[in-house]
Design a protein around this ligand. Structure first.
Ligand SMILES: [Zn+2]
Ligand SMILES: [Zn+2]
Ligand SMILES: [Zn+2]
Length: 142
């Protein structure tokens, strides 16, 4: 579930540096910003790397399930950003510009306890996003 696992995937003979999955990962890593699948496709095409959109979607799905990328959904737009934090973390997304900040703290143990008390479920994982306006967007929004 982390980058180490992913790196070990790359070490596998099947994932050479020319492998689409590796190129997609590298592009996200070089860009340092969030990209939509189409933007990824176009950026790779500029570098003479023709990777089908289906392949890009599939790779991004895989990255997301491994916790390597974060899927940013803002209205109808969907973008992906490489996570800097390897361990469990959360995100806050700006509703205006779509910028994302990773939160390195997670303090929901009381909440998880309440969930267990009220449902009887054993909590093993959770996903939680925060939304708001970043410092740059805040003044015009108020
Ligand atoms: Zn992240
Ligand atoms: Zn913003
Ligand atoms: Zn958490």
């Amino acid at each position: 579930m982390n980058k180490e696992f992913f790196k070990s995937l790359f070490k596998d003979k099947k994932l050479r540096r020319s492998h689409p999955r590796f190129l997609i990962y590298q592009e996200l890593s070089d860009t340092k910003t969030s990209l939509s699948p189409l933007e990824l496709y176009q950026a790779l095409l500029k570098k003479q790397r023709k990777i089908g959109l289906t392949s890009i979607y599939r790779s991004l799905d895989l990255f997301e399930s491994l916790g390597i990328v974060f899927k940013i959904m803002n209205g109808t737009s969907v973008k992906y950003k490489l996570c800097e934090t390897e361990d469990h973390h959360h995100h806050i997304i700006c509703k205006a510009c779509g910028s994302v900040v990773e939160l390195n703290f997670c303090d929901i143990s009381d909440w998880a306890k309440k969930v267990t008390e009220s449902t009887g479920y054993q909590v093993i994982d959770h996903q939680l996003n925060f939304y708001g306006y970043c410092k740059a967007c805040k003044p015009s929004q108020i």
